[in-house]
Design a protein around this ligand. Structure first.
Ligand code: FAD
Ligand code: SF4
Ligand code: SF4
Length: 1023
């Protein structure tokens, strides 16, 4: 792609176009792992650019530009398909529909919804639920695929028993055609867009039918044979049982599910193992109103066909986990897919033949469509064979998918879809007439073939290969059957320094995308590299030698806010956040790469004074109320000790004061450690500075032991997480005795409220509508969801409303981590959280975490949002009649200092700083180089000649120059940053250490920025 093309895209899309090499790699694939023998046939699929249009106008401009310049455009939604439809085989531009993700209207009368193509099913359904509706049907990739993607790809899923194929549920689609015109397709004309994978037009938005959201019931049934399953389904159809959805699995799948790892939290399973019988298991979903009718007839059908109703537990388990089929991939770590459609009348025969001919464990999931394409019932069979894509034998196992296809075709079946790999099957998949119509339309509107080239229609090397493979299937099959398949996790050896389990997970990730849209780092920035899916893919690239660590990639792992939302969403139950935590250890603790620069300042402050805010230790307990000292102050003995943490001790004093007031009023017996208390260590843990973290942890354990208490009560969720989850784990690892219990004050107070020991008295507060922000650390990490709510609900004059994303699904605030790394992105993430609160009409957002409160307050100010962020203890304390200092001035002034340090500690920040002290820097050069440089400045061309040497010289000279220039540097920093006195006093000690730690990492980026300004100074052009 040449410069003018790039210029157009940059101008039109700003930061919504990406040319970064690794980012483009992440947009070059879908979920399929292509065998090594096939990928050369596909060729290069890395696009030249990725763009993210956000409206129709932009899309039209892009199409017109691409047509004029003959540039291929490949649409991509969530890339959860596996037929190669999103692969840009002619490079060009990948058009990512991520930002076209809005609901446009809900028509209650006609029961339809109109939404943009890039919206994920789960989000459409959530919006419909608010209005009492639900979608007619959805794919099992519901948490991670889009409505536009499904129309373009074609498919069936949950609800297809009643509603058929998705295309039949679409009323109309608004499409931009390759000539740049926009047209609405409806009725039979939808055939030109549906299943066409964007080869004939880009879907902008679509209108689809929806239904009333009634109560759904589920039953699981089991039977021993596929034949019996076929007869049961046939009978269900014959007697007209009013089911909404009917899906089933084969015994192999049941076995694999039984062996799959359970979802874990901190290394412990957090779900119950529900063992499935080794049988064909069907899950029937229907409306509650139809239950009695179904239960009248079902037992007789089952009796006739040797079937039985399975336990409610199994039914519930299968339904709850209906989107998590990829958990079996953990046992592969790869799965060879084979997806076919067969007539229901051939189900038994098809299954028997597959069992007979394929000597690999084929796990299958079937979706029954009552009225299929020709009006007769058909079944979509999704088969998987466990395999290992890293081995050459994967090629042979992959070939078995052709065997399954052949068996399906022999039984009157067909391929599920076309895409890149099964174009030669298009006549069967789409029907001959429809294919002819599609070809003629394509010819008419896209003669240059720029819309998703190489897909659905046409011919390529790939088709020849597939045809040859198909013809030779009987000869290839024995090789596939011969491969010995290992089933089970084999996390045996680290690779390229990546821990063994992380290596296994990288290949187990199915790339389904469930984790993408809910990862704050993704929705803050909008690019795959920031999502867990992108990170796993990057790791594979690294493990296979196609990627290298650089600072940007290190930062990508470091910036994860540890919100843990992805762990709960993952279709394979992968411990994602703990894996990134392991990488922090490898990158920073072991390899001593650079962490986020502000952490270096915090680390030095922490080493000296035990806190990250550079306050003095002697002032740590200054907030403690005088009148409570005798009862709860330092030195008092009690079974519990209050742990205030750094931010409440030094910045948001209201939190600490209110907490001890509240605990006191509630009659809790507690003490406070006072000045010996240290930072809990969370910042150092996430910074990867684990030596320092261990040191702090040990000190804190000793401090608490010294108080004589056996329980730590925290107010800060991160502190709570340390005492409850992280310290015990690390103490065990380090052989430290640890018998300290952790409680959050909300738990203690809520218990007192429940037992009637404590009541919030009537108050004269103005009635107020409040909502609750579940911070990630008190919620997903520590599992404390209800106690804060119980407390709020017990306060008179308060109306409590939930945000849409609450409890396990609560959105992260963006965390101080994003604020440190990327302040503008932090404001975007914080806005997502606060929008949720504004939507439910809340006046105040109550929160616990001091850092969430800093981040949300900074966001509310930056984005001008009409919301007050209030600490829960502060709020509860007000209800008890106490007044507390307003934390806002301190938060904003401390944040101002921090923000200034963040800008300073960047290559540009340091370059600017150096630009203010050239005379001193030149004078500080060792070996008489200063006068020499000055002399060279006077000789025309001399410095230009020397320029290439600067990148070599600077890293050698700078450490020698630093001590000499430090006084002036401190002066300049003080001029630039309005620090409080106590910080200013400590700077002479902190700054040199910070510079020592950072400069070796940063100097390479600083030198190019300072070279020309220094030359200009030496030539006398600047002062
Ligand atoms: C765990 C899991 C479960 C699945 N379950 C099912 C299932 O039950 N049923 C089923 O049918 N499939 C299923 N799939 C496959 C896949 O999820 C579906 O095909 C899904 O509809 C693809 O949606 P997407 O948003 O990811 O689209 P993508 O994969 O991004 O795109 C699919 C095709 O549509 C084209 N396209 C995307 N957006 C547009 C647009 N706006 N305009 C024009 N063309 C466009 C792309 O170029 C591509 O050819 C599953 C996949 C996974 C990983
Ligand atoms: S823990 Fe949160 S921020 Fe980190 S990868 Fe997971 S979802 Fe993203
Ligand atoms: S990490 Fe999990 S949810 Fe995310 S793409 Fe991989 S398998 Fe899917």
């Amino acid at each position: 792609m040449d410069g003018t093309h790039k210029e157009f895209l940059e101008k039109r899309f700003g930061n919504r176009v990406n040319f970064n090499e690794m980012e483009r790699v992440l947009y070059s694939h879908d979920i399929a792992a292509i065998p090594s023998l096939i990928s050369p046939l596909i060729g290069k699929t890395v696009p030249d650019a990725v763009v993210q249009p956000q409206n129709e106008e932009e899309l039209v401009d892009l199409v017109n530009w691409a047509r004029q310049n003959n540039i291929a455009l490949t649409p991509r939604a969530k890339a959860s398909s596996g037929y190669g439809g999103v692969l840009p085989v002619k490079q060009g531009v990948v058009v990512d529909f991520f930002r076209m993700n809005h609901i446009l209207s809900i028509d209650k009368q006609n029961q339809t919804v109109t939404c943009q193509a890039g919206i994920v099913w789960e989000k459409v359904d959530a919006a419909l639920a608010k209005e009492g509706f639900t979608v007619n049907l959805y794919p099992s990739s519901y948490p991670g695929s889009t409505v536009g993607g499904w129309l373009a790809q074609g498919g069936a899923g949950f609800g297809s028993y009643q509603y058929g194929w998705f295309r039949e549920n679409v009323v109309s689609a608004r499409v931009v055609l390759p000539d740049g015109s926009v047209r609405v397709f409806s009725g039979p004309d939808l055939d030109l867009i549906a299943d066409a994978e964007g080869t004939t037009g880009f879907i902008i938005d679509l209108t689809m039918k929806v239904q009333l959201d009634e109560k759904l019931e589920v039953i699981a049934i089991g039977c021993p044979e596929a034949d019996a399953m076929q007869r049961i389904v046939e009978d269900i159809i014959n007697v007209d049982l009013p089911l909404w959805s009917l899906v089933f699995i084969n015994p192999r799948m049941a076995e694999m599910k039984n062996r799959s790892p359970l979802m874990e939290h901190n290394g412990h399973p957090i779900e119950e193992r529900v063992l499935l019988p080794a049988a064909y298991i069907a899950t029937l979903a229907f409306w509650k109103k139809d239950k009695s009718q179904i239960m009248q007839k079902l037992p007789e059908i089952l009796h006739r066909c040797q079937g039985e109703i399975l336990s409610e537990r199994i039914a519930e388990h299968e339904w709850k986990n209906r989107f998590k089929i990829m958990v079996v991939k953990r046992l592969g770590p790869s799965l060879v897919p084979a997806e076919v459609v067969i007539p229901l009348s051939k189900l038994g025969r098809f299954m028997a033949e597959v069992e007979n001919k394929i000597q690999q464990p084929v796990v299958k999931e079937g979706t029954v469509i009552r009225r299929g394409k020709d009006g007769k019932p058909e079944v979509v069979i999704l088969g998987f064979i466990p395999a290992d894509q890293r081995k050459f034998s994967y090629n042979f196992v992959f070939a078995l998918s052709l065997s399954i296809m052949k068996i399906a075709e022999r039984n009157g079946g067909r391929a599920y879809s076309t895409g890149l790999y099964f174009k030669s099957k298009a006549a069967k998949v789409l029907g001959k007439d429809r294919l002819a119509r599609l070809k003629s339309f394509k010819h008419q509107i896209d003669d240059k073939g720029i819309f998703n080239p190489g897909k659905v229609i046409g011919y390529s090397v790939m088709d020849s290969a597939m045809n040859i493979g198909s013809a030779m299937e009987p000869l290839i099959r024995p090789f596939g059957n011969y491969v010995i398949t290992h089933i089970g996790e084999r996390k045996s050896y680290p690779l390229s320094d990546i821990p063994a389990d992380v290596v296994w997970y990288a290949y187990s990730c199915s790339q389904c995308g469930y984790c993408v849209e809910e990862c704050d780092q993704f929705y803050g920035r909008g690019w795959e590299s920031q999502s867990p899916r992108g990170k796993w893919y990057w790791l594979r690239e690294y493990l296979e030698g196609r990627a290298k660590w650089d600072q940007a990639q290190v930062d990508t792992f470091l910036v994860c806010t540890t919100c843990e939302l992805c762990n709960l969403r993952c279709s394979a139950a992968l411990p994602i956040e703990p894996s990134w935590m392991k990488l922090r250890g490898k990158l920073i603790d072991q390899e001593k790469r650079m962490t986020f620069p502000p952490f270096e300042m915090m680390a030095e402050a922490l080493r000296n004074e035990g806190n990250i805010w550079a306050g003095y230790r002697k002032n740590r307990s200054a907030w403690f109320p005088e009148d409570l000292k005798e009862k709860h102050g330092p030195g008092q003995k009690a079974p519990a000790v209050y742990f205030a943490g750094c931010t409440a001790s030094y910045v948001e004093h209201d939190i600490a004061i209110a907490t001890v007031r509240l605990l006191d009023k509630a009659g809790v017996d507690f003490t406070y450690a006072g000045n010996p208390e240290n930072c809990c260590g969370t910042p150092m843990l996430v910074a990867g500075k684990w030596e320092l973290f261990t040191d702090i942890m040990k000190k804190n354990i000793a401090v608490v032991k010294h108080t004589g208490a056996d329980t730590v009560i925290s107010s800060c969720p991160a502190c709570d997480m340390m005492w409850r989850v992280v310290y015990p784990e690390w103490a065990k690892k380090l052989g430290i005795e640890y018998d300290i219990k952790a409680r959050h004050y909300s738990e203690v107070v809520a218990e007192k409220i429940k037992s009637g020991e404590f009541v919030f008295p009537a108050n004269n507060m103005k009635p107020v509508k409040v909502t609750w922000h579940d911070s990630c650390h008190i919620g997903r990490a520590s599992g404390v969801y209800e106690p804060p709510r119980d407390m709020i609900k017990a306060i008179p004059n308060v109306e409590f409303v939930e945000m849409e994303h609450n409890r396990e699904k609560g959105h992260c605030c963006g965390s101080v981590l994003t604020l440190i790394k990327d302040p503008p992105i932090a404001a975007e993430i914080g806005k997502t959280r606060l929008d949720d609160a504004i939507e439910n009409g809340a006046q105040k957002v109550l929160a616990l975490c001091p850092c969430c409160q800093v981040q949300l307050r900074v966001t509310a100010k930056k984005k001008n949002m009409p919301l007050e962020i209030v600490d829960l203890a502060h709020f509860a304390g007000n209800a008890l009649g106490y007044e507390f200092p307003d934390p806002n001035p301190d938060v904003h002034s401390q944040w101002g200092v921090f923000d200034a340090f963040i800008s300073l500690m960047t290559p540009q920040g340091f370059a600017n700083l150096m630009g203010t002290m050239w005379p001193q820097l030149i004078d500080a050069m060792p070996f008489g180089m200063g006068p020499m440089m000055r002399a060279m400045g006077k000789i025309p061309g001399a410095l230009t000649l020397m320029k290439p040497m600067f990148p070599v010289l600077f890293p050698i000279l700078l450490p020698m120059m630093m001590p000499k220039v430090m006084p002036v540097m401190l002066k300049r920093v003080a001029e630039q940053i309005a620090m409080p006195d106590y910080m200013l006093e400590q700077m002479p000690e902190l700054m040199p250490k910070v510079m020592d730690n950072l400069m070796p990492h940063m100097i390479g980026d600083v030198v190019p920025l300072v070279t020309q300004p220094m030359i200009d100074y030496l030539r006398g052009k600047t002062k």
